[in-house]
Ligand binder design. Structure first.
Ligand code: NDP
Length: 240
């Protein structure tokens, strides 16, 4: 039988208590990985995974996460930087607080997540990083200058990190979802949802599990061993 080679590999997922992150945690678990996830407000226990309370905007807290995961589960092989927020508004009305909150969580939060673990991966000459970016970071979106900037930033981070990390046997990639049915779509009005649906050639929003499979591919040392510095789109042809 063929496998993705993730059995007993230690994988850390930020924001794994719900939405896309929870789907990644559950898929990794079913593929035999040893999974840890962070949550900020509610643990929402995911069966078979180690839950750690941590805010990605706090560097010391994220250092402690790496230490705790390695102590409890062993050397981290895979990191999925998934935690993210939106604070949408048209640019003239976008407050500095909402600019900062989104950049601090979605971009600096990725830095805080990866910084403690990358040197360990380099030493071990093994590792796979996956960041969750967004269709908004690739093509822009109305009312999301802050969010699009943060997500475009993660693409630049991943592409540069892939160049640096290759010589250490570490890969870095991103998954770019289109519109996925999670709590993140809740603030969008039905009227706007209908407009967005009419722009999606597949005629539907994506599912969190469909994003999780793209993450599994990029984490896999078997399926994607020569794939690094790329962005995999999961968007129903919304942006090609
Ligand atoms: P949800 O709103 O369902 O979940 C967001 C997750 O991020 C939660 O687990 C939340 O934790 C966590 N989180 C937010 N802020 C922090 C923080 N400061 N520290 C730690 N954890 C935090 O969103 P999705 O599952 O939809 O989104 C997951 C990722 O996918 C995000 O990066 C998002 O930008 C991206 N994405 C989503 C799309 C979509 O259409 N849904 C489209 C494209 C990209 P808590 O529950 O504790 O708040």
């Amino acid at each position: 039988m063929t496998s993705l080679g993730l059995e007993d590999q230690v994988v850390l997922v930020t924001g794994g208590n719900r939405g896309i992150g929870a789907a990644i945690v559950n898929l990794m678990n079913s593929l035999g990985a040893k999974v840890a996830y962070t949550y900020r407000s509610s643990e929402n226990p995911q069966v078979g995974a180690l839950a750690i309370s941590a805010d990605v905007t706090e560097p010391a807290g994220m250092e402690a996460v790496t230490e705790k995961v390695e102590e409890k589960l062993g050397p981290i092989y895979g990191v999925v930087a998934n935690a993210g927020i939106t604070r949408d508004n048209f640019f003239p009305k976008l407050t500095a607080a909402n600019w900062d909150a989104v950049i601090d969580t979605n971009l600096k939060g990725v830095y805080n997540t990866l910084q403690p673990v990358i040197p360990k991966m380099y030493e071990r000459r093994c590792g796979s990083i996956v960041c969750i970016t967004s269709i908004s970071g690739e093509r822009g979106n109305l009312g999301q200058t802050n969010y699009a900037a943060s997500k475009a930033g993660t693409i630049g981070l991943i592409k540069s990190l892939a160049l640096e990390a290759a010589r250490y046997g570490v890969r870095a990639n991103a998954v770019s979802p289109g519109f996925i049915e999670t709590d993140m779509l809740t603030p969008i009005s039905d009227k706007v949802k209908q407009r967005i649906l009419s722009e999606i050639p597949m005629g539907r929003f994506g599912k969190a599990s469909e994003v999780a499979w793209a993450v599994a591919f990029l984490l896999s040392p078997v399926a994607s061993s020569y794939v690094t510095g790329t962005v995999v789109r999961v968007n129903g042809a919304h942006h090609t």
